[in-house]
Design a binder for this molecule. Structure first.
Ligand SMILES: *Cc1c(COP(=O)(O)O)cnc(C)c1O
Length: 474
């Protein structure tokens, strides 16, 4: 039996490896020719299920199973016709970087190693992009859900002091604020932090689905008068439903007047700072105490790659750092380089998410990424124009960024539009999703994928009209 898990025959392995890489490059090169999504046949689902394998199988055969049973039945967010939810498309460059990271098998919890310098380089770039000071800290995490949670914990430490880490919450009536359009992960962060999701007040939005900042101000005052302790407000840079951009400057002003921690959920929209035509709409983001965002959405970095940026790096560290003896720091050798990334979040072992992000930013540069982001918004405006030009379609919400919510106009609109989206997804041509706008179901196209072009928008509109027509005549 082989002593190690390395290949017995490296030449054979190398041939197999090159073939696998070629297959994946072919997949990405021809992704447009495939269906966006297709249902998993019951035989495939059944065939795939098996008992714990007691012995080895040849790599070539495992890869064959992957090619036939896994690859064709993914969500399809690499495909240009994918417009559902908010998913990035990934890039071939990101794929390669992910492979290199896996080869190195780096653990970025800590210690003195260059991979951590790569992560720090991303932090340096993000400080520059968001105009944050040199004292700001940052950390790769799975996604913005985790980044929002970390930011909330830092804000809690700022408000209650580090003793909260030992004593916990002592019945303090903490109150926080976000708009009705805020992502569900914000309320979940309060749940996870033991503060209870009800301590998050959802502030009404204006006709553009942006937080009504006057309503925010009165909610804070009212809470304070009734003995609550307001401490945290979230502005959303690109809401998940409609892409609305809260007025970050106005929220920052309110936060300052009321002494609140100002956090920005920029999962989708924060990287629009790279696009000169959109960046002005993010004015005020530099005044946030913390920003959470995803490289895996508009940044096109392969999943997963979320990031949290905190202005007061020391406070961030004091929220998470601990002193276990086996994690002792030294000034020389491997245990040097303190503070370590594990001092800034709940994870000890951490993968090398920074590498695929570094490769992506280096390979394309800030300008090209910014143009790609502007391009998504331009396509959203084109879709809006096609909707306005059609008698059968109506916009369900203003188009602010790269998300377009619309409906096929007819009786039983909710049922018909839901059915249209199911049929679109099953057709494999385009895959939008749905959302509820003011209680009514809408078709929602989020244009995030860098491969999406005008022909995909035309295909979406034409297919909606065709399915709508046939459903209306049924
Ligand atoms: C996607 C999204 C999130 C959650 O981010 P994950 O990376 O999926 O954890 C939070 N907020 C907004 C506005 C989002 O669009």
């Amino acid at each position: 039996m082989d002593k190690t898990l390395d290949p017995a025959n490296w030449d054979e392995f190398r041939r197999q490896a090159h073939g696998m890489l070629d297959d994946m490059i072919d997949y990405l090169m021809t992704v447009r020719q495939r269906p966006v999504w297709q249902p998993i046949p019951a035989e495939i689902r059944d065939h795939f299920r098996e008992k714990l394998p007691p012995g080895p199988a040849p790599l070539a055969r495992i890869h064959e199973t992957f090619m036939h049973e896994v690859l064709p039945y993914a969500v399809g967010n690499a495909h240009p016709g994918f417009m559902g939810w908010v998913h990035g498309g990934g890039t071939p460059v990101g794929m390669l970087a992910e492979m290199l990271a896996a080869g190195l098998n780096a653990n970025l919890g800590g210690r003195d190693q260059m991979p951590i310098e790569v992560e720090k380089q991303i932090l340096v770039w993000m400080r520059e992009l968001f105009d944050f000071p040199e004292t700001a800290s940052g950390l790769f995490v799975t996604g913005t859900s985790m980044a929002n949670f970390i930011a909330l914990l830092v804000a809690r430490t700022a408000f209650l002091g580090t003793e909260v880490r030992r004593c916990g919450l002592r019945g303090e009536l903490l109150a926080a604020y976000a708009s009705e359009g805020a992502h569900g992960s914000i309320a979940r962060a309060f749940d996870l932090a033991g503060m209870g999701a009800d301590s998050l007040r959802l502030i009404p939005v204006n006709e553009n689905f942006e937080m009504d900042v006057e309503a925010l101000e009165s909610a804070v005052k009212k809470d304070r008068e009734s003995g609550w302790l307001p401490f945290f407000v979230v502005g959303t840079a690109g809401t998940v439903d409609t892409g609305a951009m809260d007025d970050l400057e106005a929220i920052a002003d309110c936060a300052k007047r009321q002494g609140l921690w100002f956090h920005v959920d920029g999962a989708l929209g924060a990287l629009a700072m790279l696009a000169p035509d959109i960046a002005p709409r993010l004015a005020g983001i530099d005044r946030a105490e913390s920003v959470a965002f995803d490289f895996h959405k508009w940044g096109q970095v392969p999943y997963d790659a979320g990031f949290v940026l905190v202005k007061d790096g020391e406070l961030h560290r004091n929220t998470f750092a601990s002193t276990e003896s086996y994690l002792r720091r030294e000034s020389r050798a491997l245990a040097a380089g303190s503070p370590w990334p594990c001092d800034f979040g709940p994870d000890l072992s951490r993968g090398f998410r920074a590498l695929k992000t570094w490769f992506t930013i280096k390979a394309f540069g800030a300008e090209r990424l910014g143009q790609m982001i502007s391009g998504s918004c331009e396509l959203a405006r084109y879709l809006k124009m096609r909707i306005l030009a059609s008698r059968e379609l109506e916009l369900a919400a203003p188009v602010s960024l790269n998300i377009v919510c619309f409906r096929y106009k007819c009786a039983e609109s909710d049922r018909v539009n839901a059915e249209i989206v199911v049929k679109l997804q099953e057709s494999g041509i385009v895959a939008p999703s749905t959302t509820l706008i003011k209680g009514g179901l809408a078709i929602r196209a989020a244009i995030v994928n860098h491969r999406t072009d005008q022909s995909d928008i035309d295909a979406l509109v034409d297919a909606v009209l065709a399915y709508g027509e046939s459903l209306r005549n049924e």
